[in-house]
Design a protein around this ligand. Structure first.
Ligand code: GLN
Length: 192
């Protein structure tokens, strides 16, 4: 069974946990270095985590806590070593060049301004089809480097992308009933 670690420093981690559990995955909440060390990447014995979720929330706060808890380097190295990671909203921001710097994307925070900060739409997601998308004070991806696959564009802005083991959405799939993006993430761990 897949065991997915969810960074639970701040933000909407519980909703990811519920959705992944619904899909039959085991989940582990990571609040500090001790939690992290207890669930290191899957080794020969099969214990540990096979994927990592970085939820939405507030990236400035999340950044401060990830440093305070001495999780910045271990998380960064684990992602760079190929662990599948799924970042939503603030979690997307956490992977960009100004933060963990594991993904070759340029992100604009709070990109839709105050008035349009939060909205809901249904739009095409590559390989899946139309999916519900809830945006909450969301970023979008301004530009991507070669090697980053664009998975969804809304109003001319990139809102989902993948670079190898790293999957990001500017919206919150954990808040809608549609589980297909989480299923896709689980499939990145070789589950399906
Ligand atoms: N506005 C937040 C930030 O800049 C992200 C919002 C979210 O995760 N829903 O970090």
């Amino acid at each position: 069974m897949e065991r997915v670690a969810i960074l639970a420093l701040q933000g909407a981690f519980a909703e990811h946990q519920q959705m992944l559990q619904r899909l039959g995955a085991e989940t582990v909440l990571i609040r500090n270095l001790e939690d992290w060390n207890g669930f290191l990447p899957v080794g020969g014995d099969g214990v540990g985590m096979s994927g990592l979720v970085i939820p939405g929330g507030e990236s400035t706060a999340m950044m401060r806590i990830i440093r305070d808890e001495a999780l910045f380097e271990p998380v960064r190295e684990t992602i760079l070593s190929g662990m599948p990671v799924f970042g939503t909203c603030a979690g997307l921001i956490m992977l960009d060049g100004g933060h963990l710097d594991t993904m070759d994307i340029k992100v604009r925070r709070n990109a839709y301004g105050r008035q349009l900060g939060s909205f809901h739409t249904v739009s095409e997601f590559r390989g899946i089809g139309p999916v519900p998308m809830t945006f909450i004070r969301a970023p979008y991806i301004e530009s991507v480097s070669d090697g980053v696959e664009v998975l969804s564009v809304v109003d001319g802005h990139i809102v989902a992308a993948q670079q190898g083991n790293q999957l990001v959405t500017a919206f919150h799939p954990e808040l809608d009933g549609d589980t297909r993006i989480h299923e896709y993430f689980l499939s990145m761990m070789g589950r399906m």
